[in-house]
Design a protein around this ligand. Sequence first.
Ligand code: GDP
Length: 366
Amino acid sequence: MEKVICYGCGAEIQTQDPKAPGYAPASALEREEVICKRCFRLKHYNEVQDVDLTDDDFLRMLNQIRDTDGMIVKVMDIFDFNGSFIQGLPRFTGNKPIILVGNKVDLLPKSVNHNKVKQWMRRLAKEQGLKVNDVFLVSAKTGEGMEEVAGSIEHQRRGKDVYVVGCTNVGKSTFINHLIQDSTGEKEAITTSYFPGTTLGFIDIPLDEKASLFDTPGVINRHQMAHYVSEKDLKVITPQKEIKPRVYQLNEDQTLYFGGLARLDFTKGEKHSFVCYFSNQLNIHRTKLEKADELYETHLGELLSPPDQDTKSKLPPLKAQSFQVLEDKTDIVFSGLGWITVPHGGVTVTAHLPEGVRVSLRSSLI
Ligand code: GDP
C-alpha cells in the first residue's frame, strides 16, 4: 500500500490500531486529504484523544521539552501511582516548575484523608528524584479540584507555555478536555503543532497571545496491567466508582485470586486481615494454597475471570515473587490492578502476576 500521511499531524495513516498514531477508519482513505482520527476529533470537536507512543518517540519528545521554557503538569493516576510514574522524567525537567496532579480522586474511599495522600505523593515524587512545586488531587471526570489546579497553572506559568505529560490511561485527555471546556479562550484555535524530530504533533491550546498549553502524547508504561488485557476486561479491572475495600481474614496457607489475573498466597504468619482495594467489579476468590494451582488450571476464565478468551491469548504466564512484609501498614501494589493493605508486619506472602506486571511494596496510602 502506498504511504499516506495525515495532513493534520503528519503521522503515517494506519487502519489497524486505534490507540497508535495515525489511526483512521478504512473509509477515511477514500478521501482526497486524509486525516487521522485524533486530528479529526480535534478539528471538529475540540477534543483531544490520547495515542500511545513508542519509547524512542517518547525520548525525543522529552528532549523537546527539555529545550523549551515553560512549566510541566504531570498527570498521574492515584490508583496506580507507581505504574503511572514516567521513569526518566526528572532528567529532562531542568529547573522548570512542576506540578503533580493526582487524578481519579473520586475512586478513593470517602474516609481517606486527602492531605495525607498529597504528602504521600510528594514523598514518592521525591524518591523518584522529581522536585515538585505543588501537588493536587482532582477528578477530571467529576470536576472536583479542577478549578484549583487551573488557578495554580495560571499563577505558576508566569506567562509561559505549559506542557501536560502523563502515561496512557491516567486520564490526561479527560483532564485536558475539562480544562478546555472551562477556559473561555478561542476554542477554534486549537491545533496540532510540530516539533522537529517527533513523529507526532503536540496539541496546541492557546492560553493567551504568547503562550500555549501543550498536550503531549501519552507514554506506554509496560508494567501496567492495561497493556495485557482485552478492551472488555479493562472495563472490569478499571474502577468506575468509589472503591469499597474488601477485607479477608486469612490463615496461613490460604490464597486470594483476583479474577484469574493475579494471586496472593499467605505463606507465613498468624491469622491476619488483608484489606483489598480493587475495582468493585473484580471478583476476589479465596481458596486453600494447596488447591490453588489446580483451581487455576481447571477454572481460569470461568470461576476465575477475567481473563476472557481474548486476554487469555495474550496474557503472559503468572510469575511468583515472595515478600517478607516487615512494617505495619504496608501496601502490596499490583501495578494497574489495585493493592492489598497488610495492617501488621511480620507476614510472608507470595504474589503471582503476569510476567512483566510489576508488584511493589509501599507504606500504606490509607
Ligand atoms: P489518557 O489515556 O491518559 O488520555 O486517559 P483518558 O482520558 O482516555 O482516560 C482513561 C480512563 O480513565 C477512561 O476510562 C476515563 O473514563 C477514566 N478517567 C479519566 N479521568 C477519570 C477520573 O477523574 N475518575 C475516574 N473514575 N475515571 C477517570
